[in-house]
Design a protein around this ligand. Sequence first.
Ligand code: CP
Ligand code: NVA
Length: 315
Amino acid sequence: MSIRHYLQFKDFTADEYGYLLQRAAFIKAKFKAVERYQPFADPDRTLAMIFEKASTRTRVSFEAGMYQMGGSVVHLTTGDSQLGRAEPIEDSARVISRMVDIVMIRTFGQDKIEKFAEYSRVPVINGLTNEFHPCQILADLFTLTEYRPAPSGNPLDALKGKVVAWVGDGNNMANTWLQAAEILGFKVHISTPRGYEVNPALAGISSSDCYQVFDNPMDACRGADLVTTDVWTSMGYEAENEARKQAFADWCVNEAMMAVAKADALFMHCLPAHRGEEVSAEVIDGPQSVVWDEAENRMHVQKALMEYLLLGKLA
Ligand code: CP
Ligand code: NVA
């Protein structure tokens, strides 16, 4: 198999997502049954994780997932490697990819991860950039298919036609939701404050059919199958924090918003969350919230993703 990278959601087709979602369920079932599943044990496979921004979930899910699959991990940050001392990305990519089998990168501009991939001998996974967070959306979709499976048992059928309400910043998560909606046939109802809208060109979607914009977040939530949000200030935008607090004050997912969504609507948040800002404590800690399963599912979907990138389709 020629090298594949996972740099944005649209790098894979709907068929590939159908496979990955089913594979994640298979791998998760093994984990829950405390059954050893180690496709990366012989020959040993190594994952390099490069973090230029902070992380809890991404680090733990990739690291634990890789060890559970029989492989090992190298953890690098800007502060403890030559990456922070201006070694060219091309050189870092050439060197690191001669010693490991797969690389995960969390960084700032998407251009950086694309450049790394261009010079890498091994698959590269986007662990979050300013523009995209595909591993998170993969976990969110998997969680949605677990909670609301289709009668056919096909996860793609479970997603088709769904309405996802996005309340908040037109950020990396919002962009990735739009790509997923375009590929998988669901709709995003998006409400952002003025000045924080999604940019369809930056989101990398080919038409505006997959989303609808609402000025009022209540309207975006009306009839939604899933309501989701994210921090008002993403990593790298901290200087805008005070201005954002003012602009986003009405974009807090609260019980009134959940009440106009479908009666069985779910709430998701990629985390970390700020209760009282983008979401009320009643909602994130309430009965419709599935955020803990969502976070755990990062590990299961990423195991399926790494298996697919390294070993191809196995079933
Ligand atoms: N959701 C997510 O990516 O969390 P971390 O920033 O903790 O990795
Ligand atoms: N949009 C957030 C997601 C954190 C997981 C950020 O980029 O900081």
